[in-house]
Design a protein around this ligand. Sequence first.
Ligand code: HEM
Length: 519
Amino acid sequence: MAILFLVLSSLVVIFSSMFIKVAYDTISCYFLTPRRIKKIMEKQGVRGPKPRPLTGNILDVAALVSKSTSMDMDHITHDTVGRLLPHYVAWSKQYGKRFIFWNGVEPRMCITETELIKELLTKYSTKAGKSWLQREGTKHFIGRGLLMANGSDWYHQRHIAAPAFMGEKLKSYAGLMVECTKNMLRSLQNAVESGKAEIEIGEYMTGVTADIISRTEFDSSYEKGKQIFHLLNALQRLCAQATRHLCLPGSRFYPSKYNREIKSLKSEVERLLMEIIQSRQDCVEIGRSSSYGNDLLGMLLAEMQKKRSDGFSLNLQLIMDECKTFFFAGHETTALLLTWTVMLLASNPSWQEKVRAEVNAVCNGETPSLDHLSKFTVLNMVINESLRLYPPATVLPRMAFEDIKIGDLHIPKGLSIWIPVLAIHHSEELWGKDANEFNPDRFASKPFAPGRHFIPFAAGPRNCIGQSFALMEAKIILSMLISRFSFTIADSYRHAPVIVLTIKPKHGVQICLKPLNNP
Ligand code: HEM
């Protein structure tokens, strides 16, 4: 009897202390820490809109964005900050350049001062990173792949993947990029010959960039990878919808419709990825191949076999997360850069002609080589201007994992810094009165500070790992497209940029294509 009493009282003590700990952590995460951060920032003069319990300012942001994007724009104008970041416009007017708002219980401080941004991005790549909310929201989509990794894991993952995007390896992709572009141009030609008057160019750009990333990094064609892309897109949409509920304590454990669908899509994507991985491993095991391959997947599998002295190890789950990350990050952003650039050139015929004249002069009818790419200056300027006006990644959030100092600001652990890239790229103070105009010349005549007020690929050690890959791909695709076709914007095009993670044209970009007489 005494023993039973002892066991029961020990269990009561254990469960009560567990309960107290969970309760304390929840109260600390949802109330105490946010309050402490708010006070610290208020003392430094940083204020913002009043947060509501649990949801913070999420509903305010949603209401403002829903109002500003409820209609299409009545003509093609690049003055899009008020439409896409109406909360930034309202709050920076009311509270000044630095203000704080609440993504649920996560405090986010907006900064636009380029010196501070540079300091944050260059000095604190492991001390600041992706927040709990960001990681939780994408956990079932891209997991702990490079984009969402933090601290020393990020450092190791970055060093393992980097060689796939540098030097000779990068150069070796040019031929495949040309091949994939030729296939896309053939489909466009077929569409024109079959009498299609208008083409939605975004579909073609998504197809070609997906094909390129499948072949270069995973040695499989878009056709094979199509199912994975399709499932990943659906997973991305569902995870974005489910993120809205994350501010409610314990919501990720509810067996909701979203959570059930997410789980089933995730296991389907991972089953398909495991098939690709397994077939590579089988080839090595039965001696049909002596290595796992030269592409990113091959490098990751080879790395998994190594015993590292630093304690970091890759496992199959992390390899699948990296595959999903690169499938996703490696094509959507580039497809959007291409789609917006075609829209800009289709509605600015004189710049289209300038680019075509340059491509014809440099390539002289040949398919573009690496040597040709280095000689494109007008095309470079147009691509930069497109990335300035329509940066696919419109905001960059970074959470401080320990107390840090940037400029005069003391940033407490747990505060997220929110960099509104789109607003910086459209700032009249930084770019002049014509900041909202399409004027590629600004990249020829005026000095600009890359990594400061032009940050489409972020900056510092945690910048985009695929930047050179994306620019090489964009130059190849655009130069080949422009020497094969001339294009104008279709009457049916409705200008309606929206942000769904990245800046997208809500109704696509419809153009009319005219084949040219080039070979
Ligand atoms: C025009 C095309 C692209 C743009 C504008 C772009 C932009 C960006 C930006 C702004 C970031 C930083 C995000 C953040 O930290 O919050 C980023 C990171 C990343 N990008 Fe890109 N990207 C492009 C193309 C690519 C391509 C082609 C790949 C892969 C082949 C790629 C892979 C990644 C990865 C893995 C990261 C995470 C890097 C890290 O955290 O160390 N991106 N990209």
